[in-house]
Every structure is written in C-alpha cells, then in structure tokens.
Design a protein. Sequence first.
Length: 450
Amino acid sequence: MSRRADVVVIGAGIAGVSAAYELTVKHGIGDVVIVDPRPPMSLTSDKSTECYRNWWPNLPMVGLMSRSIDLLEKMAAESGNIFALNRRGYLFVTAEEENFHRMVEDAHHTSTLGAGPVRFHPGPFPYRASPSEGFLGAPEGADILVGADEVLDHFPYLTPEAVGAIHVRRAGWFSAQQLGSWMLDQSKDQGLEILVDEIAAIKVSAGAIRSVSLTGGGEIATEVVVDAAGPMAGNVATLAGVDLPLFSELHIKVAYRDHLRVVPRDAPMVIWSDTQHLDWTIEEREALAEQGRDDLLGEMPIFCHGRPEGSVGSPYLLGLWEYHGVVQEPSWPLPEDPLYPEVVVRGLTTMVPGFDVYRERLPQSVVDGGYYTKTRENRPLVGPAGPSGFHLIAGLSGFGVMVAAGAAELLGKHVTGTELPSYSDAFLLERYDDADYVASIGGPMSSGQL
C-alpha cells in the first residue's frame, strides 16, 4: 500500500484522537490518518481516573487547563453531555495545622494565576454544594473550610481529625471512553481514517518530513506527522531524529465495590494531603519485613485519594495512592503489587474512618493502571520539534484526559499556522534551550501531580 495523507497522527489514545478531531472537525483537514496497532483508547487512556481540574501551581498550566476545560464544556453541550462531565470538585483534606496554612497560601497563589476566587467558610458567603450531575451553575475557584466543624458539616463521612479542607470547584470527572468515541465519530464524518498498524520508519529529507513507512508494508507520503504515541512517544520521536526528555512512571489504581456505601455517591474526589503511617500490627510488620516490603512500614506519601465511579446506582469507588515511585521503560503486562488494594484501603481509612469496615475483609476489587509519561517539570510537549512538519502532543503524564482538548487545539494552531495563545511557548520542546528555565526545574516550580 502506498498513498498520501495531509497529516499522519501516530497514536490512537486520547491525545491522538483529540488531535485528529481538532484537525478534521475544527480545521477542515480532510485527509488525516491515525496509525496505531491497538484499538483507539485502549492502552493507557482507558486506565485513567478520568478527572480534570484547572487548579495548577504555575501560569502556563492554569492557562492550558482552563482552556481545555472550556473546550470540554463546549463538547459536552454539543453532544448532550454524552460523556457525563460533572463538576464535583477536588477536596483536599488535612489534619495538620501547619500544612493547612501552607495549603491556604498555595490556594491564594493559584487564585492569582487565574484559577478563580478563594472563599472562606465560615465567612460572608454561604458554601454551595456541587451538583451531583452536570457542570452548569457550579462555582469556580476554591472554597476553604476552616475547622473540623465546618468540614464535617458539609462532608460528615470525613475524619473528625481534619483541621481544614480546600474544595477546588472547576474540577470533576467524565467518561474519557465516551468522549473519545464521540470525537472519533465526528472525525470520521469528516474523512478521518484509522489504520491498525505500526510506524516502522519516518523519512526525513532536506530537513522536512516526507513519509512514514508501516510495519505491515507500504508507505504514506505526508508533510506532517503528529507524535501522539503516549508511553511510546519517545520511541516515535527517535525515528524522526528527535530526542525527547521523557520518562515513564508506573501508576496503578483500584476499583472497590463499596457495597456498604461508605462514601456517598455524590462525593467529590477526596484527597488526603498529609503523610501518614499505616497501623500494621506487630505480626503484620514482621511479615512485611520478611517480604521485603519496607516501603510500607515507614512514612507514606501524601495524596491518597479516591472518588465514586459510575452512575448513582453504581457501588464502585476508585482508590489511588502513588507510593511506588517506579520509573521504568513501559512494558506490559504491568508489574503487580498484590498488597495494593489493602494498602489503599488503609490509607483511605485515615481520611474516611468508615472504610475501617473493609480492613478485615477487603471488598471486591479490580486493579489496573498505566504509565505517566512525563517531563521533569510535568508539563506536556506540544508543537513543532526537529524536522519541519514533525509535531508533538506528548508527555501528557497523568493528566492526559483533562489536557487533551486544550493541547490538541494548541497543536492545531501550530500545524495550521494560526494565531497562538500566550502560553504556547511554555510547551515547546525548545524551552529546554533556556538555561534559566532548566535551572528552575526542581526548585520552587511544583509539578502539580497527585
């Protein structure tokens, strides 16, 4: 097979599907081809927690994420909210006064970046609960709940040890699979083609993209290639002679059958913002030490979190806690941690005491996960890189589903040469040519990762 295409998108995850939607539906490019050996949305994108937020610690990410949420809301309106976008919010909870003060300072800083106003409770304005469904009419910014009484008044299932909480409001979750399917349908109506194949080579001549070769045989002549290959983005970029500063972290999650309804179905994403020590018995500690699981015996990291999953009648709750810190080349099947469901239950119990009922007999659970493929400072790579016609929408880390719409719009502007937003330079690969920027990485710049 030998043919031409205006654009070849490599990767059919949420990044590639969003890029194809942007180029075909928004820009009217009729001959776009997605190439992927797997079905769309089936590698990492379908393992997502499917959450979103505009609450990020630096200006470029607030700008890009806010725009992405604008686009998500627009697509929700156009589709009749087929992908069930809600705005339940993220609730960051702490039992440490000093940590709470830091969280309040950070909230004020994030507010100044354009993420919305901060409101205190008790205060002059009443706290407004989030709608259980949909996103219309919900407040923006963040509500700061001061003191255990205020926290428990609105979220009575949380620990009475809480000294405060911050409810981030332009945040929630949605069905990434339904969104991806809807975008694919719209794109196919405009001529999108999906090839089940792999890219064997990218031909570059005179500093410009000329074609791609397929492992199944044949070649596609094109002047534009979009690297949207998720965990494999670095490998694809190498074919075009581009070295990407990416690495991959293993992240897993667990879905519990919360048959006792410990967490209400209309709850927000709840996030424990303190470190903690798990209260193993002496016998359990000895057994864990014998198994070489010292990682579970000391101080455990912040951000054990969870949220309801599914419709009002669903019994499922998602739980996540990144305590592994495993950086590795992506491989499948994923490494297993048989203790993960129990560890996350114990971590969640610190924040939601009712979860203690599941410690002796764990609820039915399913574990899956994927890789956060990311840059050192946890900002994506979007735009041209290397030879003329080669573009990136990569390094989407653990925020792929929330940023994909905004990143795809930014990519489309680069590809078509239309006016770029103010934050565009912050996501180019060439940012690493700036010595001051590189020096800032790992300093006061926070990654914003949960």
